[in-house]
Design a protein around this ligand. Structure first.
Ligand code: 1GP
Length: 233
């Protein structure tokens, strides 16, 4: 697979289980200047709601990726540029490290490896659904996180390391530690970005910032501000 994320600064993550703010369309979000739209979520995800969002975004000129939370919601659609598959390095259950992946490969004998890459997640917010779901150990120091990041890059050859604070703004010093520990991997940061300043703060450390809830809770202008910050940093 090619590695377009090396050139990205900003990802907009759209959760198919959440509504858009009144008057906002998927087209508006695709046109914010974000480098890529990633369609994914943790709870309430079905193949149907995934497909609906993918189809709505496919009409617009933006890189489009699916981030399936489990094998049964993978959507086969030529409009997708690819699949970004989470593997949770600090998961308590091995199902979320390699188990779900094994099931996907078992069930899908014609998996499109050319369009498939993994994201090495380090889940940091214990209150997030993703932490509960994966039984993640979020009690990690900056040193622990940096070490996980280095393991992901050096031992497991992960092209993407994803520091995930979903729903809350993370500790910039921990993001900085992860950035220092990675050399060739692209570092994604996601969680609690709510405008220009928070986006800029994390984008000074991470290679790519991921904006999620804001797209569902605020207007398009707020999202556009985070794109600007990611490009400025
Ligand atoms: C969630 O990392 C993303 O997977 C973004 O988090 O929804 O808190 O912006 P927020």
């Amino acid at each position: 697979m090619t590695t377009p994320w090396e050139d990205w600064n900003h990802i907009l993550k759209i959760d198919p289980d959440k509504d858009l703010p009144e008057g906002v369309t998927y087209g508006d979000l695709c046109a914010t200047g974000t480098d890529a739209v990633e369609v994914g979520g943790t709870m309430g995800i079905t193949e149907e709601n995934m497909s609906a969002v993918i189809e709505a975004c496919a009409e617009h000129d933006v890189a489009l990726y699916q981030e399936p939370s489990s094998p049964d919601v993978v959507v086969e659609d030529d409009a997708l540029d690819g699949y970004l598959i989470p593997t949770v390095f600090n998961a308590g259950s091995p199902f979320w490290i390699t188990g779900a992946h094994k099931e996907w490969v078992r069930l899908d004998t014609e998996l499109d490896w050319e369009r498939t890459a993994t994201e090495a997640y380090i889940v940091m917010n214990p209150d997030a659904d993703v932490a509960t779901y994966t039984e993640a150990d979020c009690d990690l120091s900056a040193e622990d996180v940096a070490s996980y990041a280095e393991v992901a890059e050096r031992m497991f050859g992960q092209e993407i390391v994803y520091l995930e604070y979903s729903g809350t703004f993370g500790d910039p010093s921990i993001v900085e530690a992860a950035a220092e520990a990675t050399d060739e991997s692209t570092l994604f940061y996601g969680g609690g970005i709510d405008g220009y300043d928070s986006a800029f703060r994390m984008a000074t450390h991470a290679d790519v910032i991921v904006v999620g809830n804001l797209a569902h809770e605020a207007g398009v202008d707020a999202v556009r501000d985070t794109v600007e910050a990611a490009n400025d940093a």
